[in-house]
Design a protein around this ligand. Sequence first.
Ligand SMILES: [Fe+2]
Length: 155
Amino acid sequence: MDLIARLTEEHQDYVIKLSTLAETIEGIRINGRGDYFIETLDGLLVPLTSQLDDHARREEDFLFPRILERAPDSPIPVMLEDHEAIREASQGFARGYLLWRDGDDDAFNRWVTFAETLRGTFSAHMQKENLILFPLARRVLSADEIARLVPDESR
Ligand SMILES: [Fe+2]
């Protein structure tokens, strides 16, 4: 699997995780705090913060520079702005969630707003990458160049 295919697969996985997040928020709104919800959210914390950050960093470090070399007018600046917005929402969610989890009931609306922003921003951004940027990358880079986008040992 090449880097672009792997990033696309990860996008799908984040869509699932973000809908679990939304369902969990709904559950808390209806039922209030509960161990089951906390466990689910604790499990989403690392994937939706440091792993998501790492996913974006792999796009930024390995893919975006190669696309820019071949297609200087490509929408990379927009993608980078999206990444910043996603990182902000992700960090806001994590910070607020931890406060709420540890007893600060007033932090609920704040982390939920960040979580909803994260889901909306990520899903719009991911569609731009899947439908515009990645197909563009496949047009401007050769199959060989795409295969070399990742270090050998990770293939
Ligand atoms: Fe991205």
